[in-house]
Design a protein around this ligand. Structure first.
Ligand code: NAP
Length: 278
């Protein structure tokens, strides 16, 4: 598919940045969108130095006007990669409806806004690819990430229905399911209640789970790199013979176990494996 146009959201860092670089290096016309275009100066310079067809386009996925302007600037696009996302983290009891809305604005309404905007043209053309970056958290809920998990479960459900509806018109839909990836994602998290250090009966849970996450992450530098997720995105775009693409050994392990046993046995195995008391 090199030569085709790809619009990617959230390319200022992490997975979006790695995907933008990889696709540009492979000869795609890349619309590298980000809400603060100044963060893309180095990417634009790299593109120039390497002769890549890459344009930085301002886009805040929470904003209709911004989305309309970005799509107008982008012109006809062959591939949409919904990657922008963040996490609201903390115990459900300490969350508000506004926290839930905040989480869904970026992780669900953002992709939905872009999908519905690009679909008519893709349908008329009879081709197109939509790649939604979900998470293992889109398949199983864990403590403290209920809102994030709910947003990624929603993205998975939208993607399943969309793959059937849009598939009829020749449009492919794919879901990427990374495990823990070495990006600034955790530091961009918005912590709520006990997770923000507030006095709370959930404080020991936060402490315990932070320890679990550190153990899972392993020694510094051993986490799955964002380039591995970018490779899965490229595979979905170019080969695209599956709906779901898990990425990372942790994702494979969790999703394989989830498939192999009933939910109660899975949770019990995970508790034992991770040594959690909650
Ligand atoms: N890292 C992981 O462990 C992991 C695991 C599973 C799934 N994921 C998913 O992978 C995707 C990328 O995350 P990442 O790991 O690359 O984290 P990241 O480095 O924090 O990147 C997130 C990107 O989303 C952008 N973004 C956030 N809100 C936005 C908005 N309203 N409009 C446009 N862009 C916005 C950020 O831009 P700013 O710089 O402007 O904030 C940034 O470019 C997310 O959907 C995340 O849920 C990550």
């Amino acid at each position: 598919m090199p030569g085709k146009s790809v619009l990617i959201t959230g390319t200022s860092t992490g997975i979006g940045r790695a995907a933008a670089r990889m696709l540009a290096a492979k000869g795609y016309r890349v619309l590298a969108t980000m809400r603060t275009p100044d963060k893309g100066r180095d990417l634009a310079e790299d593109a120039k130095a390497n002769g890549w067809d890459l344009t930085i386009v301002p886009l805040d996925v929470r904003d209709d006007t911004s989305a309309r302007a970005a799509l107008q600037q982008a012109g006809d696009i062959d591939v949409l990669v919904n990657n922008a996302g963040f996490e609201v983290w903390g115990p459900l009891e300490e969350m508000t409806v506004d926290d839930l809305k905040d989480q869904f604005e970026t992780n669900v309404y953002g992709p939905f806004r872009l999908i519905t905007a690009v679909l008519p043209r893709m349908r008329q053309r009879g081709s197109g690819v939509i790649v939604n970056v979900s998470s293992v958290a889109g398949r199983v809920g864990a403590v403290l990430n209920g809102l994030y998990s709910a947003s990624k479960f929603s993205l998975e459900a939208l993607s399943e229905s969309l793959s059937l509806e849009a598939g009829h018109w020749g449009i492919r839909v794919h879901i990427i399911e990374p495990g823990g990836i070495d990006t600034p994602f955790a530091s961009n998290r918005r912590n709520v209640g006990a997770a923000a250090g507030n006095e709370s009966p959930y404080a020991p849970m936060v402490q315990e789970w932070e320890g679990v996450m550190d153990r899972l992450a392993g020694p510094r530098g051993s986490r799955t790199k964002p380039e591995a997720v970018a490779e899965a995105i490229v595979e979905a775009i170019e080969k695209g013979d599956k709906l779901r693409y898990p990425v990372g050994t942790d994702a494979q392990m969790v999703l394989t176990a989830l498939k192999a046993m009933d939910y109660e046995a899975f949770i019990s195995a995970m508790r034992q494996q991770l040594g959690v008391t909650w």
